[in-house]
Design a protein around this ligand. Structure first.
Ligand code: GSH
Length: 225
């Protein structure tokens, strides 16, 4: 089984299924397709039916879309607790994952994932206040019910879906509650996340579209080193 992913430093959608594969000890290999540089879109278009990553390849099966990939893994490995065991918890976990997939557009556009960076104060809290409020409520309710450290106690695919949000909170030092901060720490403490981070920090590539100084006009595209 192979997962095609984008740059680890920036690719939120790649991180999610990779964490599931790694944390649940599913044998797989990965290959990075860069999201910048000459011809990167053409390469992506050749390798991915949707022109996007992640892509899971299992024999002759090619699956795009993060949620579909995670569901395929859960079907393939029913004994692994990729989703919570309890049917009602599973429904809530899937709802949280679906909400992450379809919402939080302000947070996603104003505060792109950038694991190597530290940009405290550069994201206007007003621009993402509604999303942050919803994150606090969603995480707070689930963590209060489960007792943590993850949304449903043990790490599940729901946490994989929110891992990139945790990184944004850290990179931009977004103002969050102690409960949310502890959850961010739990994500960073996950061995599978640390493995991803270690590899991400070795990447030399810059993606201007995900760099806050470029987005906010402080730095010209192509000039970051
Ligand atoms: N809905 C897709 C989103 C995938 C996606 O947008 N991936 C980004 C990288 S994080 C990508 O491939 N971008 C390339 C492009 O849009 O041209 C999923 O859930 O997997």
């Amino acid at each position: 089984m192979k997962l095609l992913i984008g740059n680890r430093n920036y690719s939120t959608w790649s991180l999610r299924p990779w964490l599931v594969l790694k944390h649940f000890d599913i044998p797989f290999e990965d290959e990075v397709l860069q999201l910048s540089g000459d011809g990167w879109r053409e390469v992506l278009a050749q390798r991915s039916p949707s022109g996007k990553v992640p892509v899971l390849i299992d024999g002759d099966l090619v699956v795009v879309e993060t949620i579909a990939i995670i569901e395929y893994l859960a079907d393939l490995y029913p004994d692994k607790p990729i989703w919570p065991a309890d049917i009602k918890h599973r429904a809530l976990a899937r709802a949280a994952g679906a909400e992450m997939h379809s919402a939080f557009l302000s947070l996603r556009s104003h505060a792109p994932m950038n694991l190597r960076a530290s940009h405290p104060g550069k994201v206007s809290v007003d621009s993402i206040a509604k999303d942050l409020h919803r994150i606090e409520t969603l995480w707070g309710d689930l963590l209060a019910k489960s007792g943590g450290p993850f949304l449903f106690g043990e790490f599940t695919a729901a946490d994989a879906m929110f891992a990139p949000v945790a990184t944004r909170i850290r990179t931009y030092q977004l103002p969050v509650s102690d409960v949310a901060s502890e959850y961010v720490e739990a994500i960073y403490g996950l061995p599978a996340f640390q493995d991803w981070l270690t590899l991400a920090l070795r990447e030399p590539w810059i993606v201007d579209d995900d760099e806050i100084d470029v987005i906010q006009g402080r730095v010209k595209p192509g000039t970051l080193a």
